[in-house]
Design a protein around this ligand. Sequence first.
Ligand code: FAD
Ligand code: COA
Length: 398
Amino acid sequence: MSITLDASQTALRAKARELANGPVSARAAEVDRSEQYPWDNVTLLKDAKLLGMTIPPAYGGQGKSWLDAVVVIEALSAACSVTGRIAVETNMGAISAIMAYGSEDQKKMAAAMVLDGDKPAICITEPEAGSDASGMTTRADRRGNRFVVNGKKHWITGGGVSRLHLIFAKVYDEKGNEEGVGGFLAIRDETQGLKIVKREPTMGLRGIPEAEIAFEDMDLPPSALVIPPRGLRKGFADLMNAYNSQRVGAATVALGIADGAYQLALDWSEEREQFGRPINEFQGLQWKLADMSIKLAAARALVYGAAKSGEGGFPDMLLAAQAKVFTSENAISVVNDALQFFGARGYSRNLPLERMARDVRMFTIGGGTAEVLRNVVAGAILKKKLPQTRDGWLKSAD
Ligand code: FAD
Ligand code: COA
């Protein structure tokens, strides 16, 4: 499927590229080196109206499509993956779940926070429940009409800089019966009992913290519940449905990083001479460039197609998973090849290639690993439930 951008999308991309090639790229190395969240880039995105674009106009946003967001994220990520991720998480993921499932008050509050520069955190993963997200043990116990939340999440992007948190927990009634997974809103520094425990030392994407977060008798009013449990599975399915937008966003960041690295390699292949000729006169490198361009074109078609599939709702589960698996794996290979074009220079911290290689490595892991997403793809094409637990297989064999 080939997707052509319309005039407004081309203009949006040009605006994002201008920022990317100017101030964003100028700060990218420093963001990585200092490991500081780039608040100045948040201001740039806010001033350029690239934060919260997908929020409907009734809540102060522009009602932009997933594809609009994707072209912006791709352009920003080519220069600075951290800034690309900020664009993902202010347009997709938690904010999109709140805008889809929240009450009027929740939507107004979340939209205002995001448009003012807050990147919401989405809290799903736990130390003992990673790929097996539905095995989470964080619990929300009903006490009268309030909820008391206890548990721990880790690898939460933005932990310590994000204010708004969308937290997933198993809900239990007063008698201790499980009602299913629900989604709750809490605000760092306002909600008692939400504690940022520690920051993870990461390989790449260092300008954005990944944190462990604990909930200690976190007392929430009924108005904090965004996604009700609705039976043992439905709340969780709602969460995962919204999460398909974030998967497309993550794939887009990987695509952007790979495209940025490819463009650098293309230019360098003309500039660098060995044996008295530009290195792109060697067929060994011409074929590498050809393969890189093919991988990028295929990845872009998958990502744009998945984004398009979400018009009026959320991206399709199968298309989002296919796009993320293919793009994340091929982006690693494209960046690795691009680094090779630079020889020793590619291995130096003076050039962005080594940072890109560290940053891009993440995308086969976060947001659903490539292996788990292959399970999602297989389940969808086979139209079969593919339970991963031993007892699940036994039950499905009955
Ligand atoms: P595990 O689930 O322990 O997996 C270990 C290995 O086993 C993997 O290779 C995996 O693919 C494989 N495996 C597991 N189950 C299966 C199976 N059924 N079939 C085949 N292979 C399998 N989480 C959040 O909630 N919020 C965030 O903001 C967030 N941000 C993140 C940012 C970064 C930079 C990273 C690295 C992670 C982030 N995560 C976040 C966590 C991420 O979603 C999890 O790391 C991911 O879901 C995998 O869980 P795990 O790390 O526990 O790996
Ligand atoms: N989009 C829409 N619905 C989804 C979905 C998605 N991406 N993933 C799961 N669901 C739905 C299922 O269709 C199912 O609904 P049903 O009960 O009506 O059939 C329900 O959610 C439970 O899914 P199932 O696959 O049966 O759950 P499971 O207990 O085997 O859990 C997952 C498997 C979903 C946790 C696993 O496939 C997964 O995605 N793990 C990665 C978690 C992740 O991405 N974490 C990132 C945190 S940042």
